[in-house]
Write a protein that binds this ligand. Structure first.
Ligand SMILES: Nc1ncnc2c1ncn2[C@@H]1O[C@H](COP(=O)(O)OP(=O)(O)OP(=O)(O)O)[C@@H](O)[C@H]1O
Ligand SMILES: CC(C)(CO)[C@@H](O)C(=O)[O-]
Length: 287
């Protein structure tokens, strides 16, 4: 009999953020706001005699578009937990493009490993471990905290135990990606982080409209907007579509009437719904 555990975690589009450097990974993270979206990462874990991670990106029909082996943050989870497993992750959205997939992969993988080995971590323990893995590997700051639940989220403190407010909406979010913007290059640069901090809006958005307004002002002031993103943002401005840049990726997210039509002209469009819940166990099966 082979026992496998399956878990899922939604992705997170960060609209704006400010790094908070604490004494420990647990007290390090970010303040900011974004949208937890219904596309994310599915992880399947099964016991193995060595650490084995396979990453798959698939199309809408489940056909494999790309596959790679190895993921240091996920391997870190297993080392910290003292377990060996094969973890296969699957996602539809592009990795490294501002959809928070490293965090989603960590939360889904940790949830699956916890269930596979009956570790009894609990939701808070899983989130704390995943957050530590992100911070240690410089692959994110606030996405794990955000993906503990759904909604339009505002994080008011660093780490997974800080205050987070969530506003639900049924609006469709349209996103597209022109390619990756390596997260470590930005959050590992004191100069870039200083510009980000100077651009940070201190208040939480009360609704989706304010999230776009605050995010766009942040994107412009932070100096992170690249030419390909600029062109798509200009097109949205011309048609009155609220839009901003996905942090941290070369991408755009928008909503409202005409958003899909405007962005479709720039590349592969990802229509997304706002997730109503965060990471979760899907099933444990013996076969
Ligand atoms: N789907 C995945 N499955 C397993 N590991 C992943 C996955 N996505 C990312 N990772 C791991 O996290 C590392 C950093 O990913 P990265 O932060 O660039 O992606 P992202 O989170 O999608 O981007 P962003 O932080 O801009 O939202 C990758 O090099 C990989 O090791
Ligand atoms: C730094 C970041 C934008 C990377 O996705 C995100 O982790 C956040 O909002 O803290």
């Amino acid at each position: 009999m082979v026992r496998t555990a399956v878990a899922f975690c939604p992705g997170h589009i960060s609209g704006y953020f400010k790094k908070v450097a604490g004494e420990t990974p647990e007290t390090t993270g970010s303040l900011g706001a974004g949208i937890v979206v219904d596309e994310g990462v599915r992880a399947v874990a099964s016991a193995a005699d060595r650490l084995d991670v396979v990453i798959r990106r698939v199309d809408r029909n489940g056909r494999t578009l790309a596959e790679s082996v190895g993921a240091p943050p996920v391997e870190y989870l297993m080392t910290e937990l003292g377990v060996a497993a094969r973890v296969e992750t699957t996602c539809r959205l592009p990795i490294g493009s501002g959809f928070g997939l490293s965090a989603a992969a960590l939360l889904a993988s940790a949830t699956a490993l916890d269930a596979l080995f009956d570790l009894g971590l609990g939701g808070e323990g899983i989130a704390a471990l995943a957050h530590r893995a992100e911070v240690v590997h410089n692959t994110g700051l606030g996405d794990v905290a955000a993906c503990q639940g759904g909604g339009v989220v505002c994080r008011e403190g660093p780490g997974t135990a800080a205050r987070i407010t969530r506003v639900m909406t049924d609006e469709t979010i349209y996103a597209l990606s022109f390619g990756p913007l390596p997260t470590p290059e930005v959050i590992g640069s004191p100069e870039q982080l200083a510009r980000v901090a100077a651009a940070f809006p201190p208040e939480c958005p009360r609704d989706l409209a304010e999230l776009f307004a605050f995010s766009r002002a942040f994107a412009e002031k932070s100096g992170l907007v690249r030419p390909e993103v600029r062109a798509a943002l200009d097109a949205c401005d011309e048609t009155g579509v609220p839009a901003s840049m996905t942090m941290l990726g070369l991408g755009v997210f928008a909503a409202g009437e005409g958003a899909g039509e405007v962005l479709a002209g720039f590349g592969e469009l990802f229509p997304l719904k706002v997730a109503h819940e965060g990471f979760r166990l899907v099933e444990v099966r013996e076969s």
